[in-house]
Design a protein. Structure first.
Length: 259
């Protein structure tokens, strides 16, 4: 275990060094969700009826926090695919290091990157007037957002180990928006056709967004279904299930790269 952790931190440091050498990549990663948030808030805010007549940014921000965690899936996938295509992954596998270090290092690095991006978006929310109702609730909501990101980075890692070309990465990036919009982040599932609304309510992103709205004390859509009534529970269950499934798949796929 100690060997795996030390080697994993070495791989993480490699990515941190890349941040120092390519700071614009980090800056753009922080600014992109902020630009999307401002575009949604100021361009579409007046056309959306917010529950309880609350301020639109109070409703919008938890949805944007969740969407940003979802968008991290393709970022992890791109990083893993790039390392594999350049032979970096094969070089790691030929070195005297713990086999799990590459996956652990990538997971830690991507989670640190997500913390930085989420911090920038939280500051953006505060700047436009969004406020959480309590510090403990805000900390719990941030924890659920990062838990979702941690689960999705394992999904991205597995997909990055499976695909061989950039076309598959683009396809995954294109699917992020439909998956994100097919949730309660921006539209009430109750306004959708019955079958589509059910899919939206059972979308893992919907559980996290609903739970964070509750913990932040921000307005949300509510709902009468079981999953809507137990949003905080499902915001924990979904990421744990996704993590277990894709962690196992990622480890097995990594072990079979040379076969």
């Amino acid at each position: 275990m100690r060997w795996a952790l030390v080697d994993g931190w070495t791989v993480t440091r490699r990515d941190l060094i890349h941040w120092a050498n390519q700071p614009m990549t980090v800056v753009f990663g922080v600014l992109f969700p902020i630009m999307i948030t401002l575009a949604f808030g100021y361009l579409f805010g007046g056309a959306v009826e917010v529950p309880s007549g609350a301020d639109y940014f109070a409703f919008l921000m938890p949805g944007m926090y969740g969407m940003t965690m979802l968008f991290g899936l393709s970022a992890t996938m791109i990083a893993v695919t790039t390392d594999a295509s350049k032979g970096v992954t094969d070089r790691f596998r030929s070195m005297p290091m713990a086999p799990s270090a590459v996956l652990i290092g990538r997971a830690v690095a991507d989670l640190l990157n997500s913390v930085l991006i989420l911090a920038g978006l939280l500051l953006c929310g505060l700047a436009v007037g969004w406020r959480p109702s309590s510090l403990p609730g805000a900390l719990g909501a941030v924890g659920l957002l990062l838990l979702l990101r941690f689960a999705l980075l394992w999904a991205g890692m597995y997909l990055g180990l499976v695909v061989k070309d950039a076309g598959a990465v683009v396809a995954v990036q294109m699917l992020e928006f439909p998956v994100g919009f097919l949730s309660n982040a921006f539209v009430a599932p109750g306004t959708m056709p019955g079958w589509l609304g059910a899919i939206s309510e059972w979308n893992p992103l919907s559980s996290t967004v609903a739970a964070t709205r509750e913990l932040f004390g921000n307005p949300g859509w509510g709902g009468d279904s079981w999953v809507a009534q137990h949003a905080i529970l499902m915001a924990i269950v979904w990421p744990v299930v996704i993590t277990v499934v894709f962690f196992v798949l990622s480890v097995r796929r990594y072990q079979r790269l040379d076969r």
